[in-house]
Design a protein around this ligand. Structure first.
Ligand SMILES: Cc1ncc(COP(=O)(O)O)c(C=O)c1O
Length: 444
């Protein structure tokens, strides 16, 4: 390993170990606090501990000559091709799983709705912004998911925070899969509930833990995902439903990456596993992926949705979904229902990509061959080098590196769309294999 690389690793390790700042709310007015204990926190952004991560990123770029693989500028998109950093490339960084984003039917629906309502919802839904369009979308999503009721919100991330923050409190426990999305962890923090990290997809571990500890808490909430976007695998939903029923707990299922992807008609993990959706207390999803829009949805019993409607801060105190987004989502739901072959095409692309990558000896972890295929490289710098090289080769694929992931598990993530062709997948797999091989020789 090059000396410069070692230096960077050491630097990176130090930054990752930087302690979080202590709580900044003093228990007494500042003038009453003993002066010796007051630690100065200046207004200089550069002195903030989190800024040091930015500095390390910049230093890494300077020392290695590697351009950042993040925040690449996309200036146009045409189906599975995109203009990225000034050149047209094959695009594997889009959550447009069913390739509906460019469909004129979505654009027409958005334009027609704007003629009726304008662009913005103009207000929060409880206070003047409750459009008939929103109510139609709530009802369509409830029917799509197979629950009594649903509620659309303006942010997928804020939806998870709202669900957990609203339902749980300090006397409760949230048992979240270790690979859960950041929004789940933020929700747990905001709720004040005890956080228990469940080893990935281990329903037996969860069962044992609840047997030993359930009695110590008020409510218990289990959080799993339909399709985990880091590894491309799915929760063992029937097992988690059994465990939650045995221990009188709630279960939330995050279908952000599984709407449009899992099940014969793309309704998600319940459809794929034959579980009645009404046995899952809260099904959440995002509208930003298959449904070509922005925002989140909560689906559940009528009581649950009423509870959220009158209490969830990210809904109650936030504007209603913008008109073109709501109309486009409704149109996307209709296209999905009319054209289930899109789901079948995506399923075949997922299986093909997994086969192509494994045939070339690339490490794909527990990937189940759906819409996300990771290629695990391990080392963060090498992963960034491979991603940058692939962009030069005409393939845009995003990467995840430490500290977002545990050290040594950095990876590329190929997001597949129904319109990717076998030729495009094969070319990407060949180029990836070549770049990964070359990365073993390169001195960064
Ligand atoms: C599993 C999961 N849940 C929630 C979210 C947040 O969704 P959004 O980006 O629509 O806010 C994401 C985002 O990618 C996600 O992957």
């Amino acid at each position: 390993m090059g000396g410069r690389m070692k230096d960077l690793r050491a630097l990176h390790g130090r930054v990752a170990a930087t302690p979080a700042p202590e709580a900044s709310i003093p228990s007494a007015p500042p003038e009453a606090a003993p002066r010796a204990k007051v630690r100065s926190r200046g207004a200089d952004v550069g002195s903030h501990p989190l800024f040091r991560q930015v500095s390390v990123g910049r230093a890494m770029g300077q020392v290695t000559g590697l351009a950042s693989p993040f925040f690449r500028t996309v200036s146009a998109v045409d189906g599975i091709r995109a203009e990225v950093e000034g050149r047209w490339v094959d695009h594997f960084a889009s959550y447009d799983y069913l390739s509906m984003n460019g469909d004129p039917r979505l654009h027409d629906a958005a334009t027609a709705a704007m003629a009726t309502y304008g662009v913005s919802a103009r207000a929060a839904r409880p206070a003047g912004g409750n459009l008939a369009l929103h109510e139609d979308l709530d009802a369509a999503l409830a029917a799509f998911v197979g629950h009594e009721a649903a509620l659309v919100t303006v942010s997928g991330h804020a939806t998870n925070v709202a669900i957990i923050r609203t339902l749980m409190g300090p006397e409760d426990v949230v048992l979240a899969d270790a690979l859960s999305h950041n929004s789940v962890f933020e929700g747990i923090r905001a709720s004040g509930a005890t956080h228990v990290s469940v080893p990935h997809d281990d329903a037996d571990w969860l069962d044992d833990w609840l047997t030993a500890n359930r009695h110590k808490y008020g409510r218990a909430l289990i959080c799993v995902e339909g399709l985990y976007s880091m590894d491309g695998d799915c929760a063992d939903l029937p097992a988690f439903v059994e465990v939650k029923e045995r221990h009188d707990a709630w279960l939330t299922l995050d279908e952000a990456h599984s709407f449009g992807v899992l099940g014969a008609t793309g309704r998600g993990l319940c459809e794929a596993t034959g579980v009645d959706p009404r046995r899952v207390d809260v099904i959440m999803g995002t509208l930003s992926k298959t449904l070509c829009s922005c925002g989140g949805v909560i689906a559940g019993s009528r009581d649950l949705i009423d509870l959220m409607r009158y209490n969830a801060p990210g809904f109650l105190y936030s504007v209603g979904m913008p008109v073109p987004s709501a109309a486009a989502t409704l149109a996307a739901l209709r296209i999905m229902a009319a054209e289930p072959e899109r789901v079948a095409r995506l399923a075949s692309r997922g299986a093909t990509m997994l086969r192509l990558m494994t045939e070339r000896g690339l490490e794909t972890g527990p990937c189940a061959g759906h819409a996300v295929t990771p290629v695990i490289i391990g080392d963060s710098l090498r992963t960034a080098w491979v991603s940058n090289g692939l962009l030069e080769d005409g393939v845009n694929v995003p990467c995840m590196v430490a500290p977002a992931l545990p050290d040594r598990s950095a990876r590329l993530r190929f997001f597949l769309n129904a319109d990717h062709t076998d030729d495009v997948l094969e070319r990407a797999a060949d180029l990836t294999a070549a770049r990964v091989r070359a990365s073993r020789e390169v001195r960064l």
